[in-house]
Design a protein around this ligand. Structure first.
Ligand SMILES: *Cc1c(COP(=O)(O)O)cnc(C)c1O
Length: 370
């Protein structure tokens, strides 16, 4: 926490605004919108989770059974579950090796093969904060006139060509889950330039209640609105977002410095100065052919033995038991990323002491003397 969260939460208690609406929710939405752009007006709806946000985005696009959604395979289930909630078919798309995000070549092939079918959305993800190649993806989306739903759950504070992640989609999703760069303990936000979508999201997120003095419903809604308590945490967290991004980027730099003379380690890296990653997590690939046989698991287990947690990268969704037999377009880039990839300890509160402990283990395993 940054320090001012409790003040906003206390305001909610003091004014008895303990409900899934209230001044903190309104203000949190305004602050998010303003942080995304100072020149363009974005509208924001604060909801209970990033998953709920993406679910509503698909619901607003009327994605249903018989429809197809093209999704980056290399992601967390929070990108895909909601496509399944809507009973739509998922076509999984590979990653490209630079950003590790959706591959436009594989996407173009899939879109061409699915011409004439009801493709309702394309869902790129900015994994670990790294902006996906949005211009290439948008060009394909425009060619087929299919909307982009942007999963920016991990990328608040990242940007591409000076444009904030979370503003590229027809609708975009942010997450404030406990593990994200800033958190409300749990929560998310839907962002769009189009106010109608956001109004509709607010309507659907509060049980789709029609305007009437009694309770009347002509659509099925959801209970997805963020609470005024949680939004108080969010207001405080937005004040430290820049600081958190700076910390994560500093962590990333320390790992780069450590690994710079070690063969067989590659970092997820901004392809050019047009890319700005929040480096939410520092992720590396470990190629045993070049490290003298040291594998991702060797490193993970060595850290684990010292009670230091690191994790394999996301297991591609097309490889998950639950999506067995689903369509996948690509050449297996994300499969290799999963095999060799490791997320290193990346918290914003890592201390020098903790870094020493991490580097001690890594030095031992990579036989580095200094
Ligand atoms: C965290 C996350 C989500 C879902 O967000 P929740 O708030 O946890 O529901 C979706 N996509 C990605 C890529 C995520 O990392």
């Amino acid at each position: 926490m940054g320090g001012t969260e409790e003040k906003y939460v206390k305001e909610a208690f003091d004014s008895n605004w303990v409900a899934p609406l209230g001044p903190n929710v309104n203000q949190f939405e305004i602050v998010i919108s303003e942080s995304l752009s100072t020149s363009i007006k974005y509208h924001t709806a604060a909801l209970t989770s990033g998953t709920a946000v993406l679910h509503l985005a698909l619901r607003i696009l009327n994605v249903t059974a018989g429809d197809v959604v093209m999704v980056q395979s290399f992601t967390f289930c929070g990108t895909t579950n909601l496509v399944s909630y809507q009973d739509a078919e998922i076509v999984f798309i590979d990653s490209e090796p630079e950003t590790w995000n959706i591959c436009s070549e594989a996407l173009a092939q899939a879109m061409s093969d699915y011409k004439g079918k009801k493709v309702k959305a394309i869902m790129p993800v900015h994994l670990y904060g790294m902006p996906a190649k949005m211009d290439q993806i948008q060009a394909i989306a425009d060619q087929y006139q299919v909307p982009v739903i942007e999963d920016a759950a991990e990328a608040l504070g990242s940007s591409l060509n000076g444009q904030s992640c979370g503003t590229f989609g027809l609708m975009s999703a942010l997450s404030f889950n406990g593990n994200k760069i800033i958190t409300t303990s749990g929560g998310g936000a839907l962002v769009s330039k189009n106010k109608e979508y956001i109004d509709n999201a607010r309507f659907l997120a509060t049980q789709a209640r029609d305007e009437a003095p009694h309770y009347q419903h002509s659509q099925i809604g959801y209970n997805y609105r963020m609470s005024n308590i949680v939004a108080g945490i969010g207001r405080g967290q937005m004040e430290v977002l820049d600081d958190r991004v700076a910390h994560r980027r500093e962590n990333n730099q320390r790992y780069r410095e450590f690994f710079k003379d070690i063969k067989g380690i590659t970092f997820q890296t901004e392809p050019s100065s047009n890319y700005f990653s929040n480096y939410w997590l520092t992720a590396i690939l470990i190629d045993p052919m070049l490290t003298g046989g040291i594998s991702r698991e060797d490193v993970r287990l060595a850290l684990d033995a010292e009670y230091i947690e690191s994790r394999p990268l996301w297991k591609p969704m097309h490889m998950q038991p639950v999506y067995k037999g689903s369509k996948f377009y690509g050449s297996g880039v994300c499969e290799k990323l999963f095999e060799q990839g490791l997320c290193l300890p990346s918290g914003s509160n890592l201390t020098d002491n903790e870094f020493d402990r991490i580097f001690e283990v890594l030095s031992r395993i990579f036989k580095k003397s200094s």
